[in-house]
Design a protein around this ligand. Structure first.
Ligand SMILES: [Zn+2]
Length: 89
């Protein structure tokens, strides 16, 4: 599992936000992907699945509006909502 960082605005725990400001949103899977997930769970896999992403409290609602979509489609639509990346230092 990756540490929380909002997919849309890139805010993270490093921005002095508590972990409670972030929510892991799960998007829809194909039946094949659901089978893969069940297999991974059986094997005790603890990685970060491609169909779950973190969102901050500002963007959780937006993400949840898309959570019924297949994750590839949802990620694409949500990526269009992104602000340009902040200037880093
Ligand atoms: Zn955000």
């Amino acid at each position: 599992m990756r540490p929380p960082m909002c997919l849309i605005c890139y805010r993270s725990l490093g921005d002095d936000l508590p972990v409670s400001s972030f929510k892991l949103v799960r998007f829809a899977l194909t039946p094949e992907e659901e089978a893969v997930e069940r297999e991974q769970a059986r094997e005790g896999w603890t990685g970060h699945p491609a169909w779950e992403e973190w969102f901050c409290d500002e963007h959780t609602a937006l993400a949840e509006e898309h959570s019924h979509l297949h994750w590839r489609e949802a990620m694409e639509l949500l990526a269009q909502q992104r602000k340009p990346p902040r200037q880093v230092r």
